[in-house]
Design a protein around this ligand. Structure first.
Ligand code: 7PJ
Length: 283
């Protein structure tokens, strides 16, 4: 475990994230036809109930995403993305005691969801879209910067690194500098190695092994590996059989000092966090 070099209190809108502890972030997909005309209410309600279940299971953050980053996924317009995400953010803010993270690269979505109660901007493109730096700065919210090369559509076309961990650290440092240039200071930033984004299995495993090197950037780490292909490839498991592999990685990420674990399986991951905390709290 690392002792934090940063203040442990991170304001996220009207809530505070205590970075002295490890937190579980539950994934909530506002999927392509979630809110299409026929089932608009029922699908919104189902998503809200899913969020409620994750909060009851111990998630302190819910990550709401309206754009699929799977290679080959359809491009979503800003308006469409907003129509998927905004009703959910509004409903969660009204009904649940949780920090709402919005998984978006779209400036208009950042601005509007911040107004509706979001507490964190989670951008897999690290605010590289036109207008994203300014939009994020204007919200006053913390930002999660994630390493990825290229775009989700082409990121897996033969990614190459001399030293993947060093490349990720350099990239994240540059994005922190870009943030500073628009007034997003380091104390508002969370960093993410970006597992599965523009990385082979060998890259993902090496980056995971050497994750502690990223503590040198002085900011809390978020790790998202839940059900990802690095588990599938390492174990030879389809997506619905990756829970145990994912829990192993969650435990390892926590002991390597990650502060936020982004997962689908909240209850199981919360048990991992509680068990490790019990041991670490012992005499
Ligand atoms: C991540 C993410 C991740 C952050 C996705 C998936 C793909 N945001 N959004 N980190 N992954 N910060 O969940 O499989 O690893 S979408």
């Amino acid at each position: 475990m690392t002792s934090e070099q940063y203040p442990t209190r991170l304001p996220c809108g009207n809530r505070v994230l205590d970075l002295a502890h490890t937190h579980v972030m539950g994934i909530l997909n506002a999927t392509p036809d979630s809110f299409s005309d026929g089932g608009r209410f029922s699908q919104l309600d189902a998503a809200l109930r899913h969020a409620e279940g994750m909060v009851a299971a111990g998630a302190t953050l819910i990550d709401v995403g309206g754009e699929s980053t799977r290679p080959g996924a359809r491009v979503v317009s800003p308006l469409e993305e907003l129509e998927r995400v905004a009703p959910l953010v509004e409903a969660i803010h009204r009904e649940l005691d949780v920090i709402i993270s919005v998984d978006t690269s779209t400036p208009a979505v950042m601005r509007e969801t911040a107004r509706l109660g979001a507490g964190l901007i989670n951008d897999v493109r690290s605010l590289r879209r036109d207008g994203a730096l300014d939009a994020a700065a204007a919200t006053g919210l913390p930002v999660c910067l994630m390493h990825m090369l290229g775009e989700p559509g082409d990121m897996q076309d033969n990614p190459q690194y001399d030293n993947v961990t060093a490349a990720v650290a350099t990239f994240l440092r540059e994005r922190m500098d870009a943030c500073a240039s628009v007034g997003i200071e380091a104390d508002r930033i969370i960093l993410d190695p970006g597992f599965g984004f523009a990385k082979t299995l060998a890259h993902n495993l090496s980056l995971f092994k050497h994750m502690e090197a990223l503590h040198g950037l002085g900011r809390p780490l978020l790790v998202g590996v839940s059900r990802k292909s690095m588990i599938g490839l390492a174990l030879g498991r389809p997506v619905d059989e990756r829970l145990y592999g994912g829990l192993a990685l969650a435990a390892l990420a926590m002991t390597k000092g990650a502060k936020i674990l982004r997962v689908h399986d909240v209850a199981e991951t919360v048990d991992v966090v509680r068990m490790i905390t019990a041991v670490e709290s012992a005499e």
